[in-house]
Structure formats: C-alpha cells, structure tokens
Design a protein around this ligand. Structure first.
Ligand SMILES: [Zn+2]
Length: 482
C-alpha cells in the first residue's frame, strides 16, 4: 500500500526533517524589519528549494515587498488538487526587551520541544506539508492528488500583496480545497479541526456637539454634551440578557446545532480558571450560552476605544465639542456585514438624543484627530469580513478528520475560533475554495512571544497527518466518482 510506504519514509526521515526545520529556523525572516529583507528572501529561497526537492515546479513570485513562494505539481488524471497555504516570515524577536531565555534564531531542542522564533508560527507547521509532499514524491513517485503551494512572506505584516495576486491568478490557483496549518490543537493530546471562524465589522461612531469645547460652568445645562449622548447610545447597544440590541442583529444568525453544543460541552474548559487567568471577578455574556459558545459561535459587539473631552491630568471644566468610539462586531454564519451595518445605523438613529449630530463609518483618525480631520466625514466603507464555516458534511472536512485521527492517533475535536483569519476569506472570495484548518501547534506555543516553541512529536505527527490528508482527499474523490 503506497500510503504505508510514505508513512514509513516519514518515520525514517525524522532526523532529516528536524535538521531541516533547524536550518529554516536559523534564518531570521522578520518581514516587518526592512534591514532583514535579505534574510526574508533567503528563507523564501530555502522554501523554494525544499519544494523543488519535493518534486514540484517551484518559483518565487516577486511582489512590492517580500516574494511569495509558489509551487505546483499537476494532479494525476481525474484527481483533485490540494492548495497548501503557509508563511515563511516570522514576528520580530527582541531577546532583551521580550525576555527570551535563548537567542531566538539559534534553535534549541529541550524537553521534546524545539525553541525558536517561527517554530510554531508558521515554519514548523508549514514544513510538515512540504515534508509530506517530499515523502510522497520519493517513496511513491508522487502524491495521489495535485499540489499547489502558496507560501507567503508577508503574513505577519497583514499580507498586503497576497490578495491582489490571488485575485489576478484565479486560473493558476484553481484547486479543490485549501489546507492550512497555522493554528493550534485544543490541548496537548487533543488534536482539533477548526471548522468555523467569526467575521468582523469595524466602525467608528462620532458625535458632534458645539463647534468648540465650551466652559461647563457657563454653558453646562443649555446644550447636549456629545460624550453623554455617545454613552447613552453605547449603553443601550446590549440588553439585560447580554444580547446585542442592534436592529435585526440576530435575524440571520445560524443557530448552533445539537452536535456542536454537545462537542463544545465535552471539551475540558473551566470557567473559574478561565476567569482567574483573565483577572476578572466573573464571566458575563449572552444568556443561555456557555463560554466557548459565546466566543466561538455567537456574535458580539465590543467598544474598542472611547474618546472625547479632557484627557489630561487633573481637572478641566470642559463641555466637549465632540466624542467618539471605535466599535467592533464579531459576526457568525450567516450574518451579512452590510445588513448588520445598516441595522446599526438605524439603531443609532433611534437612540441618539437630540441636540447633536453624528457620523458612523470606517474607522477614522480617532482620539488624535484635530480640527478639520475631526470634522471630515467618515468613509462609508467600514472594514468588514463575513464569518466562514466549513460544513461538517463536506468531504474535505471528513478527509481532514480521518487524516488527523490516523496521524495523531486520536479523533480530532471539532472547534471553532472566535478570531478572523483574513487569508481564509481571500481563498473563499477569489477562488471559491473552502479551507481545512489543521493546527499542529499548541495553545501555549508562545507565538509572537518569547521562547516560542513547537512540540517535536507534534511536528512529526503533522508530517504524517499532511501525508495522510493527500491520500484521504484522493480517496474521497474516488468514492464520489465511483
Ligand atoms: Zn502564522
């Protein structure tokens, strides 16, 4: 059986896989630091060579800043194609300021972990897919599916050049599914399949009162204070039961299914410990939902920033000329960001007291605005991204679950994430592709922090799981065709 040979090859190559991970981790490919641009390019070149070695046609795609590594290998006739996304750039690592206990670009193996910047995010997780491709190439003459690799070097700076490139290369990038390993398992020994991500709508609300700040003694009582008006509105955006009181907010929210509620409830999660870790005296949220349900699968509205009036030390008796707030809403399937935005406008219209003017739109210059900038209208195109959900009935979700179960020796738990991964949306919007999110990291890997690590055994399990995923996708397609 070809899959068995591939798994045996992966087992034989453990040392080489670790050695190569060390090699890649030694390259300080910090995308945000201009003085390291050459190192970022070195990492790109390293990944390009590794992919060529895995039997792919690999090249660097130049962008305005850091190159994208693109590689492909055609699908055997009638077989599907898997597009693997990852990134070879890393977060900055300042040993002195951040308190690393070892140099961030001199990888050290200790206690079963490999420590270095990028170990988990994302070099180790990404490399598992490259090694899987090479094992298929060398042990079985090639994988049973077509492969496309998009490994970017700008993930940590917001992927400014990836979206336009994907949009301009729809034919080149045509595939059947996207595979991404740039996330975590639920806990050690609890591999996870992340099947849902929340979306995001980010806006700014500004309230204008008098043309200039006024003396609160002389004028207080005669005009509406915009800070008071703002707070009155914000105070009414949630109801007593913790629900968001925006018109139509829940109209299109897809309810949690019984199997999801059961699966989340079975996960080891302790509210008391969670509250203690966060330093809050109690957890609050939408009535009728557990903490994991609230953060993964229910929509929310948060005040992210609040400004206006006197902010300096001491007292100043001022009646501010304006006040504002930055607000974000985390959206779930099947909320439409445009409809939520329209509902928010209607709600504010209804709640805003008389005596002030207001503006709602894309996040503007905020508290630092002065004069004309403060009065300039906000753009009517707020940042918005819908939620994504991989249907459980999708053959790719099932293939990923089987690959994880075999690769990790344990059935994955199905989890959602409260965050937003923009690149998942890029593939969905431009290529119409679903992504399977198979995290090989752990929640305590310290991505972006000091002493970032990756569990080496999980790295090897990741190599196996990635190799198995190719076989499972081919099998699922064969079953469909048959
Ligand atoms: Zn990452």
């Amino acid at each position: 059986m070809r899959t068995e040979q591939v798994l045996a090859a992966i087992e034989r190559e453990r040392e080489r896989h670790e050695r190569e991970l060390v090699e890649l981790l030694r390259i300080p490919s910090v995308s945000t630091e201009p003085e390291r641009a050459q190192q970022v390019r070195r990492a790109a070149e390293w990944v390009r060579r590794a992919l060529a070695d895995a039997g792919c046609q690999a090249r660097l795609v130049e962008t305005a800043r850091h190159p994208i590594v693109y590689a492909e290998r055609p699908a055997p006739s009638g077989r599907p194609t898997v597009l693997v996304y990852g990134h070879y750039d890393v977060q900055p690592a300042d040993p002195e300021r951040d308190g690393w206990s070892r140099p961030p670009f001199e990888p050290v193996i200790a206690g079963g972990n490999i420590y270095a910047r990028g170990a988990s995010d994302d070099k180790g997780q990404m490399l598992a897919w490259v090694h899987a491709a090479r094992a298929w190439h060398q042990a079985a003459g090639g994988p049973p599916v077509g492969l496309k690799f998009v490994i970017e070097g700008e993930e940590e700076i917001g992927s400014p050049n990836l979206g336009p490139w994907i949009a301009a290369h729809r034919d080149l990038l045509a595939a059947d599914v996207v595979a991404i390993s740039d996330m975590d398992q639920f806990a050690p020994g609890m591999p996870a399949l992340t099947y849902g991500l929340r979306g995001l709508l980010y806006v700014e609300l500004r309230v204008y009162g008098p043309a200039e700040d006024l003396h609160s003694g002389i004028y207080g009582g005669a005009v509406m204070n915009p800070a008071t008006a703002l707070c009155r509105v914000l105070g009414r955006l949630h109801d007593e039961r913790g629900r968001v009181a925006v018109d139509g907010f829940y109209d299109e929210v897809r309810p949690l299914e019984p199997w999801e509620r059961e699966m989340f409830a079975a996960l080891p999660h302790d509210d008391a410990r969670y509250a203690a870790e966060l330093g809050v005296p109690a957890l609050v949220g939408e009535e009728g939902y557990s903490t994991l349900e609230r953060v993964w699968a229910r929509p929310t509205l948060e005040v992210n920033g609040l400004f206006g009036g006197f902010q300096g030390p001491g007292a100043k008796t001022v009646l501010p000329g304006y006040a504002g707030a930055k607000l974000s809403m985390r959206l779930v399937p099947d909320q439409d960001p445009a409809k939520v935005y329209a509902g928010l406008r209607r709600t504010i219209e209804r709640l805003m007291p008389p005596g002030v003017r207001w503006d709602l739109g894309a996040p503007g210059p905020g508290a630092t605005a002065s004069g004309a900038a403060r009065r300039a209208p906000l753009a009517q195109s707020p940042e918005a991204a819908p939620a994504v959900l991989l249907e459980r009935s999708s053959p790719f979700a099932a293939a990923a679950a089987r690959a994880i179960a075999a690769g990790f020796g344990r059935e994955p738990v199905w989890v959602r994430s409260g965050g937003t991964i923009p690149v998942v949306l890029l593939f969905k919007q431009h290529l119409g592709l679903d992504a399977v999110l198979m995290g090989y990291g752990l929640p305590d890997d310290n991505k972006h922090g000091p002493d970032e690590k990756l569990c080496l055994e999980d790295f090897h399990r990741g190599c196996r799981t990635s190799a198995l995923f190719f076989a499972e996708v081919a099998r699922a397609a064969g079953a469909r065709a048959g």
